[in-house]
Design a protein around this ligand. Sequence first.
Ligand SMILES: NC(=O)c1ccc[n+]([C@@H]2O[C@H](COP(=O)([O-])OP(=O)(O)OC[C@H]3O[C@@H](n4cnc5c(N)ncnc54)[C@H](OP(=O)(O)O)[C@@H]3O)[C@@H](O)[C@H]2O)c1
Length: 301
Amino acid sequence: MELIDGNRIAAAIVAELKAEVAAVTGRKPCLALVRVGEDPASVSYVKKKEQTAAEIGIEGRLILPPVTITQAELLAEVDRLNADENVDGILVQSPLPAGLDEREIFGRIDPTKDVDGLHPLNLGKVAQDDDSGFAACTPSGVMELLARSGVDLRGRHVVVLGRSLLVGKPVALLALQKKAGANATVTICHSGTANLAALTRQADVLIAAIGRAEFVTADMVKPGAVVIDVGVSRVPDATRKSGYRLSGDVHFASVAPIAAKITPVPGGVGPMTVSMLMRNTVLAHRRRLASPPGSSRKSAP
Ligand SMILES: NC(=O)c1ccc[n+]([C@@H]2O[C@H](COP(=O)([O-])OP(=O)(O)OC[C@H]3O[C@@H](n4cnc5c(N)ncnc54)[C@H](OP(=O)(O)O)[C@@H]3O)[C@@H](O)[C@H]2O)c1
């Protein structure tokens, strides 16, 4: 069994981006990070994004509206960032507090600044094998982990557990794309799937993204499969100071011995999500400079 080290691969990507940004002579890339309220998980995610941006040389612009912000006010904030020519990427941290309509907010972000890849136009481009948009960060992180671990999906059976717009659907679409590194045969499973274990046992590559701690056990995995664990759940653990530990969707202790390659939780997919956000931001900046607003060339995407 080979452990796929997301921390190491993400660090390599950050180093590559740092070198790319260092070579930028003019305005550096700028990422607006919008965090509404003080949800502890969101605070720590945004902090990590801010730190990684700073490490690369990306300007991080932190916007911290109060939890009382209205939908109209948040939309107006997005409009301001859309209109700001010095902002290349906009991230609105999910989940938003109850009462705010996330879909409408994500859909309001200028697709050329949607570095989180959650705008419907960008998801549509992924479905069209069109690289001119942005793929969502966690799914593209999974693809990058596979590529950099020497796993070519061509002709292989990829089984995705979960069909969310954030992870399951886009990762299935990316694996399905008719291009190098992809070209897989894809099955998507969800809570309505019958005979789930019979399907997962057929997977050459199993991608679990359901948010159920240790759901995938050894009897559900084909020996020699590659297992990518996207799930992150907090499991009560009295031996920890925090009172919990993080667990993936895969029962690591029983699955790791039979897998060819496997990601740990934490330290697998998680770090990749942040590095893909940074890669998208650097890409957005490059595209913006190549095709500034008001130029005669059609701006991407
Ligand atoms: N590491 C990272 O950077 C990162 C990023 C994003 C998400 N995550 C983690 O990934 C996990 C999934 O996230 P998400 O946003 O996709 O979650 P989500 O929106 O809750 O979607 C979960 C999906 O799993 C399916 N599902 C739930 N229970 C199932 C079961 N028993 N059998 C089969 N399918 C089942 C659901 O099916 P239905 O559609 O039928 O309800 C749904 O499609 C979570 O643990 C989340 O924390 C990690």
